[in-house]
Ligand binder design. Structure first.
Ligand code: ZN
Length: 208
């Protein structure tokens, strides 16, 4: 996967559709005058990107559940500086949203399964890692889980919760996880990896 090419393999532009139950991005094309007018609207959590002739606004919903991006027609999405800004802005919004959604979901599942973690933290994890459970029963979750399908988000959380009982990946762990999810956990792993691959590009791009 490593590439010496400086250009990203993945570009964020109005074709980057992100419409998940917990987070969405809406793109709005407007003319320059409309864009300038938007500068003067006291919107909540507005971020603006300016260059000489183009500008782009991002409005965050107050609960971080989505972004509205307003852009002018002539904006060059292949500008590396703009890409960096977009990537960081989207990643920050996803992270804020994840800090609301993921601990709440974990606590629901804790109650349901009667299995409690010592603490839960949402933070960027090492590459390719979506969740982690320490030997002290602290659970860490990757912010990117919030843009995955609900079922997969639950799968990762339940996987980490199974580690509260078994801090390894040997047979007792998989047997226990199977009872938590109500199916053969080894089989679930295959489905999980297939679904994950669909999001992998965006995941890697946002988290690099
Ligand atoms: Zn594991």
């Amino acid at each position: 996967m490593a590439s010496k090419d400086k250009k990203p393999q993945f570009w964020i532009n109005p074709n980057t559709r992100l419409c998940c139950p917990h987070f969405s991005i809406v793109w709005n094309k407007c003319d320059k005058e409309e864009l300038l007018d938007l500068c003067f609207i006291p919107a909540i959590r507005k971020k603006t990107y300016h260059t000489r002739s183009i500008c782009l606004h991002i409005h965050n919903k107050s609960d971080w559940s989505g972004l509205h991006i307003f852009y002018s027609q002539d904006i060059d999405f292949e500008n590396l500086r703009l890409q960096k800004w977009l990537r960081e802005t989207i990643r920050d919004a996803v992270t804020e949203r994840a800090k609301i959604v993921l601990p709440k979901r974990l606590h629901e599942l804790e109650k349901e399964k009667q299995l409690y973690a010592k603490s839960v933290t949402v933070k960027k994890l090492r590459k390719g890692c979506l969740g982690q459970c320490s030997i002290y029963n602290q659970i860490w979750l990757s912010p990117l889980l919030v843009i995955f399908p609900q079922e997969m988000m639950d799968d990762v959380i339940l996987h980490e919760m199974a580690h509260l009982k078994h801090h390894h990946h040997r047979k007792p762990f998989w047997d226990f996880l199977s009872t938590l999810i109500g199916m053969d956990a080894r089989q679930q792993k295959v489905i999980f990896e297939a679904v994950l691959s669909k999001y992998w590009e965006l995941y890697v791009y946002l988290m690099k």
